[in-house]
Ligand binder design. Structure first.
Ligand code: ZN
Length: 412
């Protein structure tokens, strides 16, 4: 979807504000002679930016407004190096809540709902984003934060929570506990709003079935407000992204070429009205595609397909590129296997080749040896590598309230 006139005008305004602010990007743009955009071609000449720039600008180098305009910061940690700090103005905070409230509305959630919020509160954007959107909508927020399963279930039952907000891993953990304790009849959940992680159909189906709820995927990242910049509609035909606040492109992660609608690549986002920390052409490293055509629901916001993985989660074994989503697809095809897994990659010095070791979980009713053979066969036929496979009982691998690391590379 080409950038439209209105969006170009907003980007032009953003660039002029950045230049005036003297922030980190103003130096970059001045050096490149960028002073605004008039056409889509001008826009495509603006270089991409990513987390490395935000780290270079640590702590507040990307701030584009005077100190008195900043009301809050958020931070994304990342596994390596310095964290990233994003300053927000009152308008940024309000715009984010407006988008998040829209997400709830698209999911059919109303002011009469009671929203049980389990993502964490703190420096990161998770819990507080779910909460601000809930309050904007006028629903009742139950600000649980993560952990303490006993208390979660007690409050869920006593307060008759109708909506659960969680990561997919934590929703799975709660679904398993509710199942184990036979509490399904006592909970009143109708919908789940699941954020921050790519997840498999097997996991989705289990959670939907065990909790008897409709599930909605919410999209977002700290650098671009936080969760709540897009959500799938009841048709489950992709996530609507709010193009009055954001312009979304898909690029080839290797060449940087902008791809046409429908083709899969890396999501790049431009903030159109953000004040505290405007970002032009920010590389998210999330992989997806823009779904062409109009949605059945009638909304005209462009749609992103389910996130397929991260361009930096890609791992290479024997020269073959693999994504965690492919592993999940394979596990989803095997009877009695859960969606949790762990992959260790090592190098065998003697044979001078990579070894891939997969640990997967299976239910007690299936034969573990046969299951391991079946998984091996699927890897061989679909990905052309043969892993060593270890099967453990369901519930053995760690469930996390935050993003779970599943691939461990032990090669030098
Ligand atoms: Zn729709």
């Amino acid at each position: 979807m080409k950038i439209n006139e209105k969006q170009l005008e907003l980007v032009d305004r953003q660039i002029k504000r950045i230049l005036e602010s003297g922030n980190y990007y103003s130096e970059k743009y001045k050096a490149l002679g960028i002073d605004g955009v008039k056409t889509a071609e001008d826009f495509e000449k603006i270089p991409f930016t990513d987390k490395a720039d935000l780290r270079n600008a640590y702590p507040l180098g990307i701030q584009a407004v005077p100190e008195e305009k900043v009301v809050r910061i958020h931070s994304s940690s990342g596994t390596t190096g310095k964290p990233v700090i994003i300053p927000y103005t009152a308008k940024d905070v309000d715009d984010w809540a407006t988008m998040f409230a829209r997400c709830y509305e698209i999911a059919g959630i109303t002011a009469k709902d009671r929203i049980h919020i389990t993502p964490g509160y703190g420096l990161w954007t998770a819990g507080i984003g779910f909460q601000a959107g809930c309050e904007k909508l006028g629903a009742m927020a139950i600000p649980m934060g993560p952990g303490n399963t006993e208390k979660q279930l007690q409050m869920m039952i006593d307060l008759k929570s109708t909506v659960i907000c969680a990561t997919s891993s934590y929703a799975l953990l709660l679904a398993e506990e509710i199942n184990k304790r036979g509490l399904k009849d006592k909970i009143c959940l109708k919908k789940g709003v699941i954020g921050s992680e790519r997840w498999s159909d097997a996991k989705r189906n289990y959670i939907a079935k065990e909790l008897g709820i409709e599930l909605y995927d919410i999209y977002g990242l700290t650098e671009i407000y936080g969760p709540g910049i897009g959500v799938n509609c009841p048709g489950e035909t992709g996530m609507h992204i709010f193009d009055d606040y954001l312009y979304t492109e898909i690029i080839d992660p290797v060449t940087g070429e902008v791809l046409p609608d429908g083709e899969e690549g890396e999501i790049v986002i431009t903030t159109l009205v953000k004040e505290g920390a405007p970002l032009i052409r920010f590389r998210t490293h999330d992989l997806s595609r823009i779904i062409p055509g109009e949605c059945k629901c009638g909304r005209t916001y462009p749609r992103l397909d389910t996130i397929r993985g991260r361009s930096d989660d890609m791992f290479k074994v024997h020269g073959v590129n693999m994504f965690p989503s492919q592993v999940e697809e394979i596990l989803g095809m095997v009877d009695g296997v859960s969606s949790e897994y762990k992959i260790d990659i090592a190098h065998d010095e003697n044979k001078n080749r990579d070894i891939i070791m997969l640990t997967a979980e299976a239910e007690g009713r299936v034969d573990f040896d046969k299951t391991a053979e079946e998984i091996k066969g699927l890897f061989k036929s679909r990905m052309n590598v043969t892993p060593k496979v270890a099967i453990v009982a369901v519930g053995t691998l760690p469930r996390s309230e935050k993003k779970t690391q599943r691939v461990f590379d032990h090669r030098d």
